[in-house]
Design a protein around this ligand. Structure first.
Ligand SMILES: Nc1ncnc2c1ncn2[C@@H]1O[C@H](COP(=O)(O)OP(=O)(O)OP(=O)(O)O)[C@@H](O)[C@H]1O
Length: 320
């Protein structure tokens, strides 16, 4: 098995010494793998992604047993190391491509600035690399687009430019935070196809965060489900979608509009609120239809499904 590009063990992030946003997360992403993270708003998905990119605010504290990104120990890395890793080790594409670029500079100038590390390379060579990257992500007339400003491109085109920007830096891991949420369905399909092609041709590993379960089902190999800062279930995309083990995962799927039978008069919701992470017992106990005494008093350990050793869940009863 290939060495993971990203290897996290028992990683926690706390904001301002008080708010635990990520609690004891274990996560591995291997070269060429596409891993999805799903979960409600506030479950810690973006915090997890920002910790990989060294983008946590100063007030956040990062702790854990092991955190390796492309061979660098992220727990001991200083700001300089984190900056140097951004690009070659991990790059990110964001939800809204319109705000990912400066409105006052041309696409060509902004992409050229990303190549600041390659000081020895001639301007003409950089330009050729940029044009090739734009062509690779399916931008028509890539030479003409160098002079364009972001507002002159559609959201879908701009998201392609964002992917080209990320790939110009040849990252080992691409993190995509809701990459298609701001796009219409046609553009969404094209961007997902593009990401899969990049994985197949360049072998880049991809960590994708999305509320949209259809996106995750479409593109991912493995899925991790986050709830209240913890990963509560993980497995292959087929297993998680066909045989979800954790009651939270099942509840999340039951609320997905695309999976709700037509004719249903009301959209289901998961009753109650996401608790502050780190309490005793199971964090989902207060909202769980199957809650038992032990769920209130004792945090569930990881259990592995008998039928599938790659399927894990943190629930006292889901695997029994
Ligand atoms: N800079 C910050 N300072 C303090 N608390 C923060 C900060 N950023 C996030 N949080 C808190 O951390 C928790 C996790 O937030 P995070 O944005 O990581 O969740 P998320 O799953 O990505 O949510 P969403 O899908 O809405 O983006 C939330 O309680 C949030 O309020």
């Amino acid at each position: 098995m290939k060495t993971p590009v990203l290897d996290m063990r028992a990683i926690s992030v706390t904001y301002g010494g008080r708010v635990p946003a990520v609690v004891g997360v274990d996560l591995k992403v291997r070269p060429g793998e596409i891993v999805g993270i799903i979960g409600e708003s506030g479950s810690g998905k973006s915090t997890l992604a920002h910790s990989v990119l060294g983008l946590l605010p100063k007030a956040a504290s990062l702790q854990g047993e092991h955190f390796d990104l492309a061979g660098t120990d992220m727990l001991s890395a200083g700001r300089g190391t984190l900056t140097a890793l951004r690009g070659p080790a991990a790059a990110m594409i964001f939800q809204n491509p319109m705000t990912a670029f400066s409105p006052i500079h041309t696409i060509g100038r902004q992409l050229t600035e990303l190549l600041w590390r390659d000081r020895d390379q001639a301007t003409g060579q950089k330009r050729e690399r940029i044009v090739a990257a734009l062509r690779d992500v399916g931008i028509p007339d890539p030479i003409g687009k160098l002079e364009a400003y972001p507002f002159q491109l559609s959201g879908g085109m701009l998201q392609r430019v964002a992917i080209a920007a990320a790939l110009l830096m040849k990252p080992q891991l691409l993190i995509a935070d809701e990459p298609t949420t701001a796009l219409d369905v046609t553009m969404e399909a094209q961007i997902l196809h593009l990401m899969r092609t990049l994985r197949d041709t360049a072998g880049v590993a991809i960590l994708i965060i999305s509320h949209h379960l259809g996106v995750i089902a479409e593109i991912c190999d493995r899925v991790a489900v986050m709830y209240a800062g913890r990963i509560v279930e993980e497995g292959t995309v087929e297993t998680i979608f066909r045989q979800p083990g954790h009651p939270y995962t099942r509840a999340l799927f039951a609320c997905e509009p695309a999976l709700i039978p037509t004719g249903a008069r009301r959209l289901p919701v998961i009753a109650g609120e996401v608790p502050r992470p780190g309490g005793t017992g199971c964090d989902f106990a207060g909202r769980c239809l199957f809650c038992e005494e032990r769920c209130l008093n004792c945090a569930p350990p990881w259990a592995t499904a008998a039928a599938d050793p790659s399927h894990h869940s943190r629930c006292h009863r889901s695997m029994s």
